[in-house]
Design a binder for this molecule. Structure first.
Ligand SMILES: [Zn+2]
Length: 354
């Protein structure tokens, strides 16, 4: 009888030991997780003020005007911006930080003078503008991104991944040299144990309209990223949406607005997962920005010459919240801010004050 109980206790101790071992293995260190997200060429005007009714009244938009006004217009400006980007204004505005509302002296600007994508993403990811980058060509970046630095750090090694709609990102991140896996353009998910959603996307992403060969629809990029996060638990994820800029270049204000609204919903979905999973909960920073601004009024579809953009940060222990008024921050501060949060560098005087 005694032997029977001893055997039972032995199993109980073994069970407890395995339980604790499993739990401690899941996140061995407390180094914070980073989710960096970019929306391509989204104007600060829509982020802070919602749809631009002047552009909605453009005669080209007759068939879509009713839909846009019904869904995104409001006489109250706070309700109006909430309708377009509910996650930004219900969640980030209250719990995080927003930069870039020029009307409140909140300045956020790119420092490169190219005002297009490769130089913009290079600046976001490396922490400085490179005047030698003067095209969007598929050329491997000579500069080292913060993703590469993290991937070379013992706490983040092989826990960094990027999912991008635009097919130039493998070159910007220099996947060959950095070792950071980059799934971009119409690449399929690759892993020995594909989930049902990944299998579905692999066989269907090119069956939906391929509007641009070089830019995958964001719904596929987003869901591949979300599946990867659920399965692999990366500590650093870079997610680059792309539709907004391309719809804007086509002059489709309705599609630009719908894409922006959808991006906000996708980010909300990602944040819900982060906050519901103990590996990520309360130890993850979400940093969201854009690579360049756009023109105003009838020139909105091009990039214009404004250097004004915007950024949003959500995460644990932030001091001042809401729109950070009377401040000037720059795109080249994003990478140093990530270096400071993660502690991979001590030289971070250029980081954004959190
Ligand atoms: Zn563009």
């Amino acid at each position: 009888m005694l032997e029977f109980y001893l055997k039972k206790i032995k199993y109980l101790i073994l069970f407890i030991a395995v339980f604790f071992l499993f739990n401690s293995c899941e996140n061995k260190d407390n180094s914070p997780n980073i989710f960096l997200i970019t929306l391509d060429g989204v104007r600060w005007q829509e982020v802070f003020y919602g749809i631009d009714t002047v552009l909605v009244n453009n005669p080209k938009l007759t068939s879509e005007k009713k839909y846009l006004l019904e869904n995104f217009d409001d006489s109250n400006s706070e309700s109006k911006r909430k309708k377009l980007m509910p996650f930004f204004w219900n969640e980030i505005f209250k719990k995080g930080k927003l930069y870039g509302d020029l009307n409140q002296n909140s300045y956020f600007s790119i420092t490169n003078n190219k005002i297009f994508s490769y130089p913009g993403y290079n600046e976001i990811l490396t922490g400085s503008a490179d005047s030698l980058i003067n095209s969007n060509s598929k050329v491997y970046n000579k500069n080292v991104t913060v993703l590469e630095k993290l991937n070379n750090n013992k706490f983040y090694k092989n826990k960094v991944a990027a999912f991008c709609s635009w097919d130039v990102f493998p070159f910007i991140i220099n996947d060959k040299r950095s070792g950071v896996p980059v799934n971009a353009g119409y690449m399929p998910a690759t892993s020995p144990n594909l989930s049902e959603i990944e299998k579905f996307i692999n066989s269907n992403q090119r069956r939906a309209p391929v509007i641009w060969e070089s830019v995958r629809l964001d719904v596929f990029t987003h869901n591949l990223a979300l599946e990867y996060v659920k399965k692999e638990k990366p500590k650093v994820l870079y997610l680059a949406y792309g539709e907004t800029d391309d719809f804007a270049h086509m002059g489709d204000y309705d599609q630009y607005i719908k894409a922006l609204h959808n991006n906000d919903k996708m980010i909300s979905e990602l944040w819900s997962f982060i906050q519901s999973h103990k590996f990520y909960k309360d130890n993850t920073f979400l940093i969201i920005t854009t690579d360049h601004g756009r023109g105003i009024e009838e020139k909105w579809s091009g990039h214009g010459n404004s250097k004004s953009t915007w950024a949003a940060i959500l995460g644990p222990n932030l001091n001042e919240k809401g729109i950070i008024k009377d401040s000037q921050n720059f795109t080249n501060q994003i990478a140093p801010t990530i270096e400071k949060i993660t502690g991979i560098s001590t030289n971070n005087h250029n980081s954004i004050k959190l």
